[in-house]
Ligand binder design. Sequence first.
Ligand code: ADP
Ligand code: VHF
Length: 370
Amino acid sequence: MASARRIVVKIGSSSLTTAVGGLDADRVDALVDVIAKVRGGRENAAKEIVLVSSGAIAAGLAPLGLAKRPRDLARQQAAASVGQGLLVARYTASFARYGVRVGQVLLTTDDISRRAHYRNAYRTLEKLLAMGALPVVNENDTVATDEIRFGDNDRLAALVAHLVRADLLVLLSDVDGLYDGDPRRPGTSRIAEVTGEADLKGVVIGSAGKAGVGTGGMVTKVDAARIAAEAGIPVVLTSAVHAADALAGRPTGTLFHPTGKRSANRLLWLAHASAPRGVLHLDDGAVTAVVERRTSLLPAGLTGVEGHFVAGDPVDLVDESGRTVARGLVNFDAKELPRLLGRSTHELAAELGPAYEREVVHRDDLVVLG
Ligand SMILES: Nc1ncnc2c1ncn2[C@@H]1O[C@H](COP(=O)(O)OP(=O)(O)O)[C@@H](O)[C@H]1O
Ligand SMILES: N[C@@H](CCC(=O)OP(=O)(O)O)C(=O)O
């Protein structure tokens, strides 16, 4: 852990805002102090840090005269629009004390779920790091709709950690780790290490805390930890006041050990990040081919199509009982598919032209779901 060179740090709204709402400059500065110290100087930084920071909506509430987080998306987006500017201005000024430049990166689900966008996001983050800047990432709340929102930055942080091939993910919250029950109740204790699902058995994982500005509570943090651990990335979940320990690799909070191999999950993002835009129904033969033989999905094995998607969108592949067996990026628009159902690629190529010889979903763009 101490040797981790590239670290993604995620900080929650509850750790950046004051009790009465609005951005807490002192808490931002305290976090920046810790990050700037472990990162090292502007030249030859000892560690590369990507900061995933929540707090845009929370920071925008007071300036817009809102007493609490609004329920409707439009006002949340207005608050995020005002707050994101304030948040990044604050980080920029605070990191400037150490001569460190900040680069704002706002991501939508598309940026993580579509391959071309994914590569683009990767390139930008890599370049910022290579140029010695510190990326500050958030969801692009102002343009995201309910359907396409991550909604929580915990999972976004796990996907960013996977995207930049981080050595460590640090989730900072207002609670110093995962507890075996809601820590607001007496008699619960902190879990120091999680090595796999068995350690989470019987743990009561609850929703957001008292501050009322966080979104996911512990549920999304544990989900995020699972995603990262599955991708081979260790995760430390602790409170913002223990950030220095977490970043230095000293024991603190809850450590989630990696459960998967680092390279084995090239399409991890597809399974976890994408809101499927449609459903492809497969016959038994196609299910066996895709799930067991890991082949591409051809039109011959398709029995039905649902949804309004275009080529490149993520879709679910379901078996005859309606169970989702895989997810993939489809090569056709929804409206092209009905006439192709159950037909062989040779037949289609002869009838409609060589463009119709392609797979419905290529095996390189498929993840089989357990
Ligand atoms: N089992 C648990 N262990 C730790 N915290 C929990 C648990 N169940 C619920 N929580 C609550 O989750 C809160 C953290 O979530 P949230 O407020 O969304 O944080 P953030 O803004 O940092 O993302 C904690 O303050 C805690 O009250
Ligand atoms: N993108 C939102 C944050 C969403 C979120 O996950 O918040 P939190 O639970 O505080 O980490 C914002 O900046 O307000």
